[in-house]
Design a protein around this ligand. Structure first.
Ligand code: MG
Length: 261
C-alpha cells in the first residue's frame, strides 16, 4: 500500500485560490489516519493555512492527526510540519523544517523579465487590479505572476487564459530576457519563476528525504501533469500520478482509496 498521498492544491483540491470544500476537507482528514498527507504547491505558507489546514480544523481534524500533514510550501522549497503541544490546535505548533529562499537580485531579475514580457505583449492588466493587489509577488522561494492579481474573481481568472496561450507567450519572452530561470504555468492566470531545479521535483526529493520513503510509496494527484505544467516534474520522476480535472475527480479517487482500506 502507498504510504504517502501527495497533492497539488489549486484545481486539484479546490477551485483555484479558494479554501477546499467540505468534502475534500473530510476526505483528507480521514486519510490522515492511514497516510502521510503532503500538499505541495507554489503558494505561501499562509495560503496553505487558509486553503487547507484551517478547513480541516473547522471540520474536526485533531492536532494528533495533523502530525501526519506535511506542508511543502513554494513547490517544496519550504517544509512545515505540525508538532502537537496540546489537544487544542494552535497555529504556533507549525514548525518550519527548512527554507531555500531566492536571493534579492534573482527576484529583481525575474520581476523585470516577466513585467517587460507582459507589457510588450499587452498582457499587463494593471487596470484590472483591485486596491492593494499586485501582479508579481515575491513568494521567497519563487516569484509568481498572477495576471489579474490575487484578489480577482474566479470566473474572471478562468476566462483570462483558458488555453494557456497568453502565458506561453509571456514565458517564451521572459525566457529570452532572463534565460537563467525556469518558468512554469500553473493555476488559472499564474506563472511561477524559479531557479532551475527548484520545482516540484526538488520538493518531491525533499519529501522522500524528510519522510524517509521511496518513490514507489507515493501517490500524487495533480491537474497540470502535461509537459510544461507545474505537476509534470513529478510525473518525470516516475512517481505514480493521478491526473485530475478538478477537486471532484480527486474526491472520487479518495473515496475509492478509503473504500478499500
Ligand atoms: Mg494545479
Amino acid at each position: 500500500m502507498k504510504k504517502v498521498l501527495s497533492f497539488d492544491i489549486d484545481q486539484t483540491l479546490n477551485i483555484a485560490k479558494t479554501p477546499v470544500p467540505d468534502e475534500i476537507a473530510d476526505l483528507l482528514t480521514a486519510c490522515l489516519d492511514h497516510f502521510e498527507i503532503c500538499p505541495i504547491s507554489g503558494q505561501k505558507f499562509d495560503q496553505f493555512l487558509i486553503q487547507i489546514v484551517n478547513r480541516l480544523v473547522e471540520r474536526g481534524a485533531k492536532p494528533s492527526q495533523l502530525e501526519h500533514l506535511h506542508l511543502f510550501v513554494a513547490q517544496g522549497t519550504q517544509y512545515y510540519r505540525y508538532r502537537a503541544n496540546s489537544d487544542t490546535y494552535s497555529e504556533g505548533d507549525w514548525e518550519q523544517v527548512y527554507n531555500f529562499p531566492l536571493k534579492d537580485e534573482e527576484v529583481a531579475k525575474i520581476t523585470n523579465a516577466i513585467e517587460t514580457a507582459a507589457k510588450e505583449l499587452g498582457y499587463w492588466e494593471e487596470d484590472e487590479l483591485q486596491p492593494g493587489d499586485e501582479i508579481i509577488e515575491n513568494r521567497l522561494s519563487q516569484v509568481t505572476f498572477s495576471a489579474l492579481g490575487q484578489k480577482a474573481g474566479t470566473e474572471e481568472k478562468y476566462a483570462w487564459d483558458p488555453d494557456t496561450k497568453k502565458r506561453e507567450k509571456i514565458v517564451a519572452r521572459a525566457k529570452e530576457l532572463a534565460p537563467e530561470f525556469d518558468y512554469e504555468i500553473g493555476g488559472t492566470t499564474s506563472i511561477n519563476a524559479i531557479t532551475p531545479g527548484m520545482n516540484k521535483q526538488f520538493g518531491m526529493n525533499k519529501l522522500l528525504e524528510q519522510l524517509n520513503v521511496e518513490k514507489s510509496d507515493i501517490l500524487y494527484f495533480g491537474d497540470m501533469t502535461q509537459p510544461g505544467g507545474n505537476d509534470y516534474p513529478v510525473v518525470q520522476m516516475g512517481i505514480d500520478t493521478i491526473t485530475v480535472r478538478s477537486h471532484e475527480d480527486t474526491a472520487f479517487a479518495l473515496r475509492g482509496i478509503l473504500g478499500v482500506i
